[in-house]
Unconditional design. Structure first.
Length: 94
């Protein structure tokens, strides 16, 4: 369990332009360690896959293939009850 927390902490400590404390943890009340672990996993996934980064030309670090090249309507993906949001264009049905 400690190694999972250490790996999350290492990923999160790299965030300088917005901390997990400011964006997530200070807005939640945790009832158990499992809830904290889930929040950390959701935030790290959002940070690496769904959040634009100014240091790399405002692009995603690890974009999902399904989210690229969409030409349909803009849709919202929520994490942590809407606390974290990601918007992308959905692909039109062929």
């Amino acid at each position: 369990m400690t190694s999972e927390m250490d790996s999350c902490a290492a990923s999160i400590s790299a965030t300088r332009d917005g901390s997990i404390q400011e964006e997530c943890l200070s807005k939640m009340i945790f009832v158990g360690e499992g809830m904290l672990h889930r929040a950390l996993r959701e935030f790290v996934t959002h940070y690496h896959e769904e959040r634009n980064h100014q240091g790399v030309g405002n692009r995603l670090l690890r974009p999902r293939a399904a989210d690229l090249g969409g030409d349909g309507p803009v849709v919202r993906r929520e994490r942590l009850g809407g606390m974290l949001s990601y918007y992308h264009r959905k692909r039109r049905a062929s």
